[in-house]
Design a binder for this molecule. Sequence first.
Ligand code: ZN
Length: 212
Amino acid sequence: MLRIQKFTFNPIQENMYVLYDETKECVIIDPGCYFDNEEKKLQNFIEENKLVPKYLLNTHCHLDHICGNAFVSKTWHLSLSANPLDAYNLDLSIKAGISYNMPIAPSPPISLELQEGDTVRFGNISLDVLFTPGHCSGHIAFYNDAHKVLISGDCLFRESIGRTDLPGGDWDTLIESIQTKLFTLPEDTTVYSGHGQETTIGYEMRNNPFFK
Ligand SMILES: [Zn+2]
């Protein structure tokens, strides 16, 4: 049984997720923990539930999604898994951190490259990697078919979509990613976004103002 723990962290209020099952193996997606108390909260959750982190995953490498990469990598001895086309954002995030008054420890580099069609496995759970560029060049989403769960990063939000004005962003590409990769999933798929509340694919197909 897939279980999902959401934390909303850092001044940009980003949603990070811990996915786990009865085997206690887990993956940590987009760790946005920034302040000491946020790191502590994440660590307490992992320890109290006796979870064993297997992968550190990024949907993309914007500052608010990777500011906890260094902490997670060091604490649980994990290398970083992400799409290689987003490596440029790891470099930019250092500068972005300074300009947003949110300086960060450098993330480890992308060691395990995730591409469309790859599968991430932990416990009895598998996540399909969907390549969903547009918000940035190397954005990916994670889909679990058995439980109809999508971790959508900053591609699709409840009644909104990701911004496309940052380096590597492209409006047409984002729209195409959502239409061809996300709106082709079952309508009762629950969408866990990088910001804001959960939604479903069917709700967004009918109510998202960017697709009317
Ligand atoms: Zn982003």
